[in-house]
Design a protein around this ligand. Structure first.
Ligand SMILES: CC(C)(COP(=O)(O)OP(=O)(O)OC[C@H]1O[C@@H](n2cnc3c(N)ncnc32)[C@H](O)[C@@H]1OP(=O)(O)O)[C@@H](O)C(=O)NCCC(=O)NCCS
Length: 438
C-alpha cells in the first residue's frame, strides 16, 4: 500500500491547495439559501458538507468520481473468473480519484489479505452476546471491540502533528476495511451455522474471500458479492451512515469509533435495514396469497393493505433519487443473466410493475421508484443466504469503502469539527415576524 499511500498524499496536497484558493477567492460566495421547511424536513437538498468520493444525481443516480455504475462495470478491473468489478478497485477510485490498473488493485487485494487478522478478544466479546442478538448489533460491537487496534488513537495519545493525522487514519482505514469481511463472516457463521467458522483463503480477492468465509463457495456467488459490495459502497456524503461517520470523525474520534457510529445509522429501517424489510414483506405476502407468481391484482391489494396499515412499502422511495435506482437496475441485470427463472426474483420484478403507479397515485410520495434494497434480498436468497437479518451487515461491509475513503480525505484536508446551528421554533416564529435576524 506504500505507493497508493504516497499517491494519496500527493493528490490530497494538490486538492488542499486548490481548496485554500477557493476559500480565499470565493469563500463568501452564496450557493444556496435555507428555507424554514428544510429545518423541519431533514435538511433535504440543503448543501451542508463536502464529500469527494461520489455525487448523487436525482435522475441518473450515483456517480463515483464521475463514473456511473455501468461505467464501473466496464472500466474497473475484474477477477480472472468473471466480469463483475472488484470493489478494491472502487476503493482506489474513490480514494485517489483515478481508475486503478490491474496491478494496483492486486496490490490492494494482497494488502487486505495480510491486514485481515482480528485479535481474539474481538471474537470473545461477540461470543458473550446472546445468540439472538441482531447481527448489526454484533457487527457494531465487534467494530467497537477492535478499536483497541486503532493506530490513530495510540498516536494521538502520544502526541502527533495535525499534518500527520491522515497517515494514521489511512492505516486504520485500510486495516479496518481488511478486517470487516472476517468479522461479518464470523457473526454469520456463529449465528446461523452452529459456529463452524471458515478460515480465509489468501488466494481470493476481498469480496471473493468474504463469500468463501460466509460459506458460499461458488463462482456465481463470488461474482454477486463483487457486484453487491461495489454498488453499495457509497451514496455521496449526506446519507445517514456516511454523514454519521463524517460527523463522529470530525471530533477526531478514530476510524473504528467513527465507522461504528455510521453503522448504527445504517441499522435503521429507513436506511440500511430496508433490505431485510423487503424480504420480510414479500414473505408475508406469500404467506397470505400462497407461493408462485402473484397476479398484479393480488400485489395491488397487498400494497394497499400495507398503506392502509400506515406502513411504507419497503424498497420504494428515496430521499434524493427521483428515478429507478441504477443499483436496482444493476442487480436486475445480474438476475437476468444468471437467474432469470428464479421465483422470488420474478415476484420482485412483478412488484416493480405494480408499485410505482400506486405510489404515484398517493400524490405525496416524491419518488415512487424502487431503490437498491428492493432487489438485493432476492438475489441472496437464491444462493442460499436466506437469513435476511444479516443483509444489513453485508451493506455495512460494502459501505466501509466509501465512508472510510471519505474519512481519509477529511483528515488529509484538515476538515474541522462539524457544528451546524440549530434554532428553536420560538426563534423561527420571531424570524417570521421580522423580530430577529438568523
Ligand atoms: C426512503 C424514504 C425514507 C425517503 O423518505 P422521504 O424523503 O421523507 O420521502 P418523501 O418525501 O417521498 O415522503 C413523502 C411522503 O411519502 C411517503 N412515502 C415515501 N416513500 C414511501 C413508500 N415507499 N411507501 C409508502 N409511503 C411512502 C412518506 O412516508 C411521506 O408520507 P407522510 O407525508 O405521510 O409522512 C421513504 O421513501 C421510505 O420510507 N421508503 C421505504 C423504506 C426504504 O425503502 N428505505 C430505503 C431507502 S434507500
Amino acid at each position: 500500500m506504500k505507493d497508493i499511500k504516497e499517491k494519496f498524499k500527493q493528490k490530497s496536497e494538490e486538492l488542499g491547495k486548490e481548496i485554500k484558493e477557493i476559500l480565499a477567492n470565493h469563500g463568501e460566495k452564496e450557493i444556496s439559501s435555507v428555507k424554514i421547511r428544510q429545518l423541519y424536513q431533514g435538511m433535504r437538498g440543503m448543501p451542508g458538507l463536502v464529500s469527494e468520493t461520489s455525487l448523487l444525481d436525482p435522475i441518473n443516480g450515483i456517480r463515483f468520481r464521475g463514473f456511473s455504475i455501468p461505467e464501473l462495470k466496464e472500466k474497473l478491473p475484474t477477477a480472472e473468473e468473471g466480469d463483475e468489478p472488484l470493489p478494491e478497485g472502487l476503493f482506489y477510485l474513490m480514494l485517489i480519484g483515478e481508475l486503478p490498473s490491474d496491478k494496483e488493485v492486486e496490490e490492494i487485494s494482497n494488502a487486505m489479505g495480510r491486514r485481515s487478522q482480528i485479535p481474539k478478544h474481538v471474537f470473545n466479546t461477540i461470543d458473550e452476546l446472546p445468540i439472538e442478538t441482531h447481527p448489526m448489533t454484533q457487527f457494531v460491537t465487534g467494530i467497537m471491540a477492535m478499536q483497541t487496534e486503532s493506530i490513530f488513537a495510540k498516536a494521538y495519545k502520544k502526541g502527533i502533528n495535525k499534518k500527520d493525522y491522515w497517515e494514521y487514519t489511512f492505516e486504520d482505514v485500510t486495516n479496518l476495511i481488511s478486517r470487516l469481511p472476517r468479522l461479518a463472516a464470523y457473526i454469520y457463521r456463529r449465528k446461523y451455522r452452529k459456529g463452524e467458522h471458515i478460515e480465509p483463503n489468501p488466494e481470493l480477492d476481498w469480496a471473493g474471500n468474504f463469500a468463501h468465509m460466509l460459506g458460499f463457495d461458488n463462482k456465481e456467488f463470488r461474482e454477486l458479492m463483487r457486484l453487491y459490495l461495489t454498488i453499495h459502497a457509497d451514496h455521496e456524503g449526506g446519507n445517514a451512515s456516511a454523514h454519521t461517520t463524517h460527523l463522529v470523525g470530525s471530533t477526531l474520534s478514530d476510524p473504528y469509533l467513527s465507522f461504528a457510529g455510521g453503522m448504527n445509522s445504517l441499522a435503521g429501517p429507513l436506511h440500511g435495514l430496508a433490505n431485510q424489510e423487503v424480504i420480510r414483506w414479500i414473505e408475508q405476502m406469500r404467506k397470505e396469497i400462497g407461493d408462485g407468481l402473484p397476479t398484479k391484482e393480488q400485489i395491488e391489494n397487498y400494497v394497499k393493505q400495507t398503506l392502509d396499515a400506515g406502513k411504507v412499502v419497503p424498497g420504494y422511495g428515496h430521499a434524493v433519487l427521483r428515478q429507478t435506482d441504477p443499483r436496482f437496475t444493476a442487480q436486475m441485470n445480474f438476475a437476468k443473466e444468471h437467474l432469470p427463472d428464479d421465483d422470488l426474483v420474478n415476484v420482485v420484478w412483478r412488484i416493480y410493475d405494480v408499485v410505482p403507479d400506486i405510489l404515484k397515485d398517493l400524490g405525496k410520495v416524491k419518488n415512487p421508484w424502487p431503490n437498491v434494497d428492493a432487489h438485493s434480498g432476492a438475489l441472496l436468497v437464491h444462493y442460499g443466504l436466506e437469513e435476511y437479518e444479516f443483509y444489513t451487515v453485508l451493506f455495512g461491509v460494502a459501505r466501509s469503502l466509501g465512508v472510510l475513503a471519505s474519512l481519509c480525505w477529511d483528515r488529509a484536508l484538515g476538515l474541522p469539527l462539524e457544528r451546524p446551528k440549530s434554532l428553536t421554533t420560538k426563534r423561527i416564529k420571531e424570524i417570521i415576524n421580522g423580530e430577529e435576524e438568523v
